[in-house]
Design a protein around this ligand. Structure first.
Ligand code: NAP
Length: 495
């Protein structure tokens, strides 16, 4: 197996990517899996196998935990300024190599290059933000109410962290965890999604170049995530599980972590309502809907999953959205003209189509799209549905694809009840010119994040996360993200 890492030559052409193979990255070394098995990586635009990565065994997972443990004391004791400078260097290298990384993301994930470029910028920003936070971690000092002693609170790195990420943002979901963990002084084992491991390995090489010491970041891929994760969590040295993925797997992992009372951060699924009120700026609402729905071709946890449009603006909005969606250029993500790339797998396409056909059977009208595209590649056409009833499966499940289901509403209280009628609570969007009304609605919607007159809310400087079954904890933001990787130690002092 070729395990050299030479991804960063800006002149690298696509055929070189196709021939590229990686090793597990453990303790600063690249190695095959202990039984030599591999996982094939598929280009979702062509269905061709483009690379193979090692399929880690339980022994490999144990080696990764051991490497993280060996590196833990050295990294924890590295001065915050030094840790900060290394993180800053990660940001700079990612920024310098942004185009190469974007092409790689686009190749293995399928997303349009413009989305991949946006992801690299967002992902790199977690390093810049946490480089700045690393030197601002402080404790507390106060007098006990009794006056008998002082209360000293010291924030310490929580310990070895297992990080598990999904395929929809192969770079950003990893850096959103790695950067704060390293800033806090923790060492980590990253297990990226099997569909998109190449970006995670490319970034591992970049971290090494930036000066991240061996064993501080370890990356393993496996086709057996349940057993491999369970084995890592059973090692008493592992103290944190940070997971981004589906609510179903989140539940499984919470149960596994409970066996060992391991701290968990969970970034799970969403079912975002996108609400347009009669007094909204129509063009702005349409612009926002295209971003909230079509960033990553709809494969985002924050994607607008249910569009509720007030009766007075409904027809103009539906027609405007139909025109914009029908005009999108579909094709391989790596083509610079592409606006909507393929879905990640055939299974994902079949699920989207099942949801669309279910809605149609229940009375929804197809304004554009609505059927699986012919030919190779996992494509689904941009689709707009109107009159989608509340009992349609897509009103309750994540579509995770380029389908915009519109439902009409009359009253503010009615749409708030509809928006909250879900087990999820990650993101919501509101469009209105009446800011007071918008703020009132934002406070009533059960969601960790609200975008008011915006189609995008993700920002490393803001706390990202959900309520209800969309998750536990926050990533990013002032202190929030880094706090997930720290523990408070209280020292009672008599002076
Ligand atoms: P997924 O099926 O839950 O997988 C996520 C990760 O978990 C992958 O690395 C997967 O590995 C791993 N995994 C699967 N089964 C596991 C197990 N039993 N034990 C340990 N790890 C396991 O989710 P996905 O399909 O990749 O991603 C889409 C989901 O992620 C959506 O629900 C989306 O809303 C959510 N998401 C949430 C956020 C957020 O911030 N809230 C952000 C992005 C995505 P394999 O790839 O090897 O199966």
């Amino acid at each position: 197996m070729n395990i050299s890492i030479d991804l960063f030559d800006q002149d690298t052409d696509m055929s070189e990517y196709a021939a590229f193979s990686h090793g597990l990255y453990i303790g600063g070394k690249w190695r095959p899996s202990s039984d030599g098995r591999v996982i094939e990586v598929v280009d979702p635009s062509t269905e061709a196998v483009i690379a193979a990565v090692p399929d880690a065994t339980l022994a490999d997972a144990a080696a990764a935990v051991e490497a993280a443990a060996q590196a833990a004391a050295g990294w924890r004791e590295t001065p915050p300024r030094k840790r900060s400078e290394i993180l800053r260097r990660c940001f700079e290298l990612m920024t310098e190599r942004a185009e190469t990384l974007a092409v790689l993301i686009s190749l293995e994930n399928g997303k349009a290059l413009r989305d991949a470029r946006g992801e690299v910028a967002y992902a790199a920003e977690f390093f810049r933000w946490n480089a700045e936070e690393a030197v601002r971690i402080s404790g507390e000092f106060g007098l006990a109410p009794s006056g008998a002693n002082r209360i000293v609170v010291d924030y310490q790195p929580i310990g070895i962290c297992v990080l598990i990420t999904p395929w929809n943002f192969p770079a950003a979901m990893a850096t959103r965890k790695i950067a704060p963990a390293l800033a806090a002084g923790c060492t980590v084992i990253l297990k990226p999604a099997s569909e998109t491991p190449l970006t995670a390995y490319a970034l591992a090489a970049l971290y090494e170049e930036a000066g991240v010491p061996p064993g501080v970041v370890n990356v393993i891929t496996t086709s057996n995530p349940g057993s491999v994760t369970a084995a890592m969590l059973a090692d008493a040295r592992v103290r944190k599980l940070s997971f981004t993925g589906s609510t179903g797997i989140g539940r499984v992992l919470l149960a596994e972590a409970a066996k060992h009372v391991i701290s968990c951060s969970m970034e799970l699924g969403g079912n975002a309502p996108f609400i347009v009120l009669d007094d909204a700026d129509l063009e702005a609402a349409l612009d926002g809907a295209m971003i909230a729905k079509m960033r990553n071709a709809g494969e985002a946890c924050t994607a607008a999953n249910r569009l509720y449009v007030q009766a007075g603006i409904h027809d103009a909005f539906a027609e405007g959205l139909r025109k914009r969606m029908a005009a999108l250029a579909i094709g391989p993500g790596t083509d610079s003209e592409t606006e909507c790339g393929p879905m990640i797998t055939r299974k994902a396409v079949d699920k989207i189509d099942r949801l669309v056909q279910d809605a149609v059977v229940r009375g929804a009208k197809v304004l554009c799209g609505g059927a699986i595209a012919e030919g190779r590649g996992f494509f689904y056409p941009p689709t707009v549905l109107s009159d989608v009833p509340a009992d349609a499966a897509m009103a309750h499940e994540e579509i995770f694809g380029p389908v915009a289901p519109i439902s009409r509403f009359e009253y503010e209280a009615e749409v708030i009840a509809k928006a909250n009628d879900t087990e999820y609570g990650l993101a919501a969007y509101i469009y209105t010119r009446d800011l007071a009304k918008g703020m009132r609605m934002a406070s009533k919607i059960e969601s960790g994040m609200i975008a008011l007159n915006r189609g995008l809310m993700s920002d490393p400087a803001a706390p990202f996360g959900g309520v209800k079954q969309s998750g536990l904890g926050r990533e990013g933001g002032q202190k929030h993200g880094i706090a997930e990787f720290m523990e408070a130690k209280y020292i009672a002092v008599t002076i």
